[in-house]
Design a binder for this molecule. Structure first.
Ligand code: SF4
Length: 77
């Protein structure tokens, strides 16, 4: 699966790191690190984190298209 965290939105509440610790980890008080290509087996954990994030900063993309290609297509619109 592919996921992106909008770090401009993220406020470092750490709910995601609590609910899906294999995918999201906090470094220091506010720096979030995450696995953008998290294993499909982690989907349930990740979706719980998505639901729990107070600022809806976690975006899960269900397509297999490369992220760079999607960005390019978004510019074409
Ligand atoms: S739960 Fe949301 S706001 Fe909190 S650290 Fe995770 S992505 Fe950021």
């Amino acid at each position: 699966m592919r996921l992106v965290v909008d770090l401009n939105r993220c406020q470092g509440y750490a709910q995601c790191a609590f609910l899906a610790p294999d995918v999201f980890t906090m470094h220091g008080e506010e720096a979030l690190m995450y696995d953008p290509g998290a294993d499909e087996a982690r989907r349930e954990q990740v979706m719980r984190a998505v639901a729990a994030c107070p600022v809806q900063a976690i975006l899960v993309d269900r397509t297999d298209a490369p992220i760079a290609l999607e960005r390019a297509q978004a510019h074409d619109r």
